[in-house]
Ligand binder design. Structure first.
Ligand code: HEM
Length: 291
């Protein structure tokens, strides 16, 4: 399984700080303290010493999460700046909706690498977050996106044709990431397909974490150049024009660049990981493949 640290969206609730576990927050364990046993047979006690980057968490995800669900509504980590991890569905939903308490304005990443830019709409709060979403949403609706199916299929075939003769594939870099990236960046946002390998590398979550901020910065430079070009070109009526037209007193030019970066990363990252995780599961569970 890939390292969970590569799933930045998985830590959206990083903003679940001490307030979450304070009396009156409603997030306290319903298990009496005397009944909370140490987690046995694990490298660490994930209740009190959670670490998103511990490879064991990925390798034994199901076991750890089941234990946390049963016995630990809010786990704590002392890694780096320290953070809290909300585990139950209802609690997570409540925190996600209560943006005044659990604001996204400080970003969603735990132990954020130095210099990492902040991107809207994920890293801002309403009303800006809602306004920006409303501007972008018409271009990402299921019905609108369904019309892209033939183009997506054709691109999937092109990618498969590129490696099937070799009989082997590095699935993430040769298929799972380039496919959604092409769809979001090229088909939806109209960027030049020739730019894709560069952006793929710049916005990668697979490379060394220490180089991430620098890589993101060079990806942003390329995205800004594209936005500049589009701002003087004839309108196409697409998501980029909607982004260029969006106005809010707390939202400026570099925020627009950040938003287009976020859309690009959304294409490369989450979808690619969800997809490769699914294929990995099928490859290692023949019984599910047969079903
Ligand atoms: C399987 C694929 C995907 C998964 C699992 C995923 C997951 C997530 C999650 C968990 C969040 C945080 C939600 C929250 O904080 O309430 C999020 C936000 C976001 N994602 Fe995705 N995502 C995926 C695909 C994409 C794609 C393809 C794009 C780009 C077109 C995208 C763009 C965004 C944006 C812009 C936000 C911020 C929304 C906001 O805060 O209002 N995502 N995603």
């Amino acid at each position: 399984m890939p390292n969970l640290a590569n799933y930045p969206w998985a830590v959206t609730l990083e903003a679940v700080f001490a307030a979450a576990a304070s009396p009156g927050s409603g997030l306290q364990s319903r298990t009496p303290l005397r009944k909370i046993r140490r987690m046995k047979n694990f490298n660490r006690n994930y209740h009190t010493d959670y670490d998103l980057t511990d490879p064991e968490l990925s390798e034994r995800w199901g076991e750890v999460v089941s234990d946390l669900h049963a016995r630990c509504p809010v786990a704590h980590s002392t890694t780096g700046e320290g953070y809290w991890v909300v585990n139950g569905y209802a609690d997570v939903a409540r925190c996600a909706k209560d943006w005044r308490t659990f604001s996204s304005a400080d970003g969603f990443m735990v132990n954020r690498p130095e210099g990492m830019p902040y991107f809207a709409p994920a890293e801002v709060d309403p009303p800006l977050q809602r306004g920006l979403r409303a501007a972008l949403e018409p271009f990402l609706r299921p019905k609108t996106v369904a019309a892209l199916a033939p183009t997506v299929r054709a691109q999937a075939h092109r990618l498969i044709d590129g490696f099937c003769a070799a009989g082997t594939v590095e699935l993430v870099s040769q298929f799972a990431n380039p496919l959604p990236q092409f769809v979001v960046s090229s088909v939806v946002a109209g960027m030049n397909p020739a730019e894709m390998p560069y952006l793929l590398e710049a916005f990668s979550f697979v490379g060394p974490e220490a180089e991430r901020a620098r890589n993101f910065a060079r990806g942003m430079v390329r995205i800004e150049a594209y936005l500049k070009e589009r701002s003087t070109a004839p309108a196409r009526g697409d998501i980029v024009d909607a982004l260029l037209a969006f106005e809010h007193p707390d939202y400026h030019w570099m925020d627009k660049v950040g938003t287009l970066c976020q859309l690009t990363i959304g294409g490369i990252g989450t979808t690619g990981y969800a997809f490769s995780g699914g294929v990995y599961h099928l490859a290692t569970h023949p019984q599910d493949r047969a079903a």
